[in-house]
Write a protein that binds this ligand. Structure first.
Ligand code: XMP
Length: 523
């Protein structure tokens, strides 16, 4: 596939914490865009990329510092529209002959601010200032500010600390704003991006349907008639990657589903049945429960558990993969946020590639080439693609599940007995959440079985059984999280059901720790 088939927008990253949000807003508008650190944007790069428009991100530096980040001068000669944001505005002004001044207390602005219009023409600000208040809330985060506009620029909007909050050179379609239209706290920010891409002539051709066809074409080009193996976990990313590859190359794909005995109730059967029986994928169900649980026997240290599981996973995957004659590629569900190169605060490029992929390191070890058909997508785009490929919503909307599975929800020693109890309690809890229509409001929900037994009374008898903790959190990316505010009725009903339906648990607690300081999982 060539994303050159689409109109392409280039985001030049100067190191803002929220650059990814610019890409999110644009993708929501069906505009294909890529983020590249300023250091990589050379004249040659611009020629190859052929952007139809460019956005300069914000950044932590000051344009008054010698050696501060810049785009190449050529960007201004391409004849394409440019939008500068915050630091990006200041760069544009200084590059084109305006002046930027250091922040004084009077002009530095952090947080909410209100912009009022100085010009009412209906282009970049179409749909702004419409609610009768005559102003728009925006999110500011700047010390320095523009003090003299570059030639041909005019002011379209001002805020108390930024007399040049919105500026434009309309003849060249260069726009520059001091605030951040990409963040949630600029409620009408998306409209501004929409106006910009419309002025730039984007047609909104980045749709999942089109993407699917192109991705299939690209996989066929890359793989030819050779074979691909894929570690299928049943999670959203590997499921969508496998379904896409299957559409592209059919029988040349073999999936290995490693059953480590740490999965949830009926999970292995559900995953294997769906992919093998309903979608006709070749799936090897690696039943290695004995191996994993045997090696975990007597281990209670969380890091040791993780290491054992990680090592065995690789061994097992490799063992099954070696039996697949002539496999040359390994498919991975790597997503765009995993591969975006970020600009570090020191100005040097840094690469933020997550290391959590369960098969990380395997391609080199096994001499396999990688196929990563989701590399250009954000998580919610992966879900859209999954729907496009016919995966059921019950799979696409599933809460994340960690690679080490129930091992990290069973603090202390893992026994088969505890795992059985945990599976049943977890199934009741999730059933409760679904019945109350709360599943999609929650990022992740699960039960942890605690390494303590407590006394209870049931009927006329005394019990001495395990206590468990319910966990449910809201989150955007798993990096920070808050506990979900269930009602007392819900919690009471769920505790009663678990104690009545799950032999081995006689006490239920609810974990109300946020992250930080806690983590989502218990280990
Ligand atoms: P924590 O517990 O660190 O979890 O707040 C954040 C998110 O990551 C998942 N998680 C893991 N996923 N392997 C994985 O594949 C792991 O070792 C692992 N540990 C945590 C967790 O479920 C949550 O979504």
């Amino acid at each position: 596939m060539s994303t050159h088939d689409h109109d392409r927008l280039l985001i030049i990253d100067f190191g803002s914490q929220v650059t990814q949000l610019i890409a999110r807003r644009l993708r929501e508008l069906n505009v294909y865009c890529e983020i590249h650190p300023f250091q990589n944007v050379t004249d040659r790069f611009l020629e190859d990329f052929a952007p139809k428009a460019i956005i300069f991100s914000g950044g932590p530096d000051s344009v008054m510092r010698d050696g501060s980040p810049r785009p190449p001068a050529k960007v201004y000669e391409l004849g394409v529209p440019i939008l500068g944001i915050c630091y990006g505005q200041q760069v544009m002004m200084q590059d084109l002959g305006g002046t930027v001044e250091a922040g004084e207390h009077a002009t530095a602005e952090f947080g909410r601010a209100w912009v009022t219009p100085s010009d009412q023409r209906d282009d970049i600000l179409h749909g702004w200032f419409m609610d009768g208040s005559g102003r728009e809330q925006v999110w500011m985060s700047h010390g320095d500010h523009v003090s003299d506009l570059a030639p041909n620029f005019e002011v379209l909007g001002t805020s108390p600390g930024a007399p040049f909050a919105i500026t434009a050179d309309r003849s060249r379609h260069f726009y520059a704003v001091q605030f951040h239209p990409e963040v949630h706290h600029t409620p009408n920010g998306k409209t501004l991006y929409q106006n910009f891409v419309q002025l730039a002539g984007f047609t909104g051709d980045w749709t999942m349907d089109a993407y699917k066809d192109e991705a299939i074409r690209k996989i066929r080009d890359q793989v030819g008639d050779r074979k691909v193996i894929c570690a299928l976990s049943g999670g959203v990313d590997s499921s969508v990657a496998a379904a896409l590859l299957h559409d592209a190359i059919g029988e040349q794909l073999t999936c290995v589903f490693v059953d480590h005995g740490l999965l949830r109730l009926n999970e292995a059967e559900e995953v294997v049945t769906m992919f093998r029986d309903h979608m006709n994928l070749q799936v090897i169900h690696a039943q290695e429960q004995e191996l994993f649980l045997g090696e975990l026997d007597g281990v209670s240290d969380p890091e040791t558990k993780r290491k054992i599981i990680g090592r065995l996973f690789i061994d097992v995957f490799q063992k099954y993969a070696n039996d697949i004659d002539g496999a040359e590629f390994l498919a991975q569900g790597t997503l765009y946020p995993d591969v975006i190169e970020s600009v570090s605060s020191s100005g040097g490029p840094s690469v933020t590639i997550k290391s959590h992929h369960n098969v990380g390191g395997l391609p080199e070890k096994m001499g396999l080439k990688l196929v990563e058909p989701l590399r250009e997508l954000f998580k919610d785009e992966v879900r859209d693609l999954g729907r496009e490929l016919g995966l059921p919503d019950s799979f696409i909307g599933r809460h994340p599940f960690p690679g080490p599975g129930l091992a990290i929800r069973c603090p202390g020693e893992i026994t088969r007995d505890k795992l059985d109890i945990l599976r049943k309690a977890d199934a009741v809890y999730i059933d409760q959440i679904r019945k109350h229509g709360l599943y999609d409001e929650i990022w992740q929900a699960f039960v942890a079985i605690l390494p303590v037994r407590t006394v209870g009374v049931m009927g006329d008898g005394r019990t001495y059984d395990y206590a468990c903790a319910l966990r449910a959190v809201t989150s955007v990316d798993g990096m920070t999280a808050d506990y979900y505010p269930f009602t007392h009725e819900f919690l009471g009903e769920t505790a009663t059901r678990i104690i009545n339906e799950v032999k081995g648990i006689n006490r239920v607690t609810y974990d109300i720790t946020s992250k930080p300081p806690g983590t989502i999982e218990w280990e």
